[in-house]
Design a protein around this ligand. Structure first.
Ligand code: PLP
Length: 385
């Protein structure tokens, strides 16, 4: 048989899945492994989806997505963050940020272009760059600096082949929220070296200490920035598969071009549900965010009390404590914690080499479970002494 695609065949499976597969076979596991809200989609949004089905909204929509939804997204971005995009030429609806990321990379990259990816980062960033024909170039961020991106370190990684910088803030897996100064520094770099910026803002509503900065609203950024957002996290809509891209017209147009041939449109019912989410579900979002914040405080405090240093996660729903004091590497720590205390976490190194010495714990889990997990992790640490 002829060989399959070299790039895809060379890409390892996600390091997160391996732990889920083991955990799925075990009883009484507390999983802090999933990057998914533990809430079901708020009822009013589900009801809008049911209404859409009942009334037969089962067709394709326009390729770019329902005009009403695009209008609402652009209005929301402007009202909340001061980022201005034209709904009809600079915004399209995607099947989640996952598709948005893929489209943005395919549209921006030519074969061999380099994309700088500060890490530790979301597991899909590097594979998606490679699938789009690009080469990911890692830049380390350090937990001692709260995983803030250092524009000087990014600049040192720039070569004549560099095309874009890909960032996520608030971040998976660290929960880090990039300070405005770091974002402004990246924009200056992008201007100086003529680079694009791809900004994954899927956790924009999940910030606890400050308000989110939309990269598209940072002076100088707009014309070279692709902003990705969606409904999976704050609106608890992972399974509906709906997200969006806002970008300068030339980029947005080409994104629609790929999307129209590969995806055609995002699911119609999900788009109608997303309209409801933006129009009516603000109260539900606020309640869920307040709940995550309560769990965040309890969990991070608990981790520190049992002796794990933990950078303050300002956003998303992840804590990324250091486990260096245990003397174990991340993989061994996670594997032994799962087998010995039935707590599933994700080893930090699956998100990039700078994640070594950390574990990712999702606190999108009920408080009693989080408290029990802390007891078990404490007991596990005790067994190592
Ligand atoms: N970006 C980040 C940082 C994520 O953590 C995730 C999901 O975990 C995604 C994108 C994928 O989002 P979506 O469900 O909108 O495809």
């Amino acid at each position: 048989m002829k060989p399959l695609n070299d790039v895809i065949a060379a890409c390892p499976p996600s390091g997160i899945r391996r732990f889920f597969d083991i955990a799925a076979e075990m009883d009484d596991v507390i999983s802090l492994g999933v990057g998914e809200p533990d809430f079901v989609t708020p009822w009013r949004i589900r009801e809008a989806g049911i209404f859409a089905l009942e009334h037969g909204y089962t067709t394709y929509t326009s390729n770019a997505g329902l005009p009403e939804l695009r209008r609402l997204i652009c209005e929301d971005l402007e009202k909340r963050y001061g980022a201005r995009y034209a709904w009809d030429t600079e915004c399209l609806i995607t099947t989640g940020v996952s598709e948005g990321l893929d489209l943005a990379l395919r549209v921006l990259l030519n074969p061999g272009d380099e994309v700088i990816v500060p890490e530790p980062c979301y597991v899909a960033y590097e594979p998606c760059v490679s699938f789009a024909g690009g080469t990911p170039v890692r830049v380390a961020t350090r937990w001692e600096a709260d995983f803030a991106i250092d524009p000087d370190a990014v600049e040192a990684a720039i070569t004549p082949r560099t095309k874009a910088i890909l960032i996520g803030s608030p971040a998976n897996p660290t929960g880090a929220v990039q300070p405005r100064a770091a974002l402004e520094g990246l924009v200056r770099l992008a201007e100086r070296h003529d680079l694009y910026l791809i900004s994954d803002e899927i956790y924009d509503r999940l910030t606890y200490d400050d308000t989110h900065v939309c990269l598209g609203a940072v002076p100088g950024a707009r014309e070279r920035t692709v902003v990705l957002g969606g409904f999976s996290k704050a609106q608890a809509m992972t399974g509906w598969r709906v997200g969006w891209i806002c970008a300068p017209q030339a980029v947005a147009e080409l994104c629609v071009r790929v999307h129209q041939y590969t995806m055609l449109c995002a699911p119609h019912v999900s788009q109608i549900a997303a309209v409801e989410a933006l129009k009516e579900a603000e109260g539900d979002v606020r309640e869920m965010v307040a709940d995550y914040d309560r769990r965040r405080r309890v969990f991070v405090k608990g981790l520190r009390e049992i002796g794990l240093e933990c950078p303050e996660p300002g956003g998303a729903f992840y804590a990324f404590p250091s486990i260096r004091a245990s003397g174990l590497d991340s993989e061994t720590f996670a594997e032994r914690l799962l087998h010995e205390e039935s707590v599933a976490v994700v080893p930090g190194d699956v998100f990039g080499p700078s994640g070594e010495g950390h574990i990712r714990c999702s606190y999108a889990t009920a408080l009693p479970q989080l408290e029990e997990a802390l007891v078990r992790i404490d007991r596990f640490l005790g067994s190592l002494r």
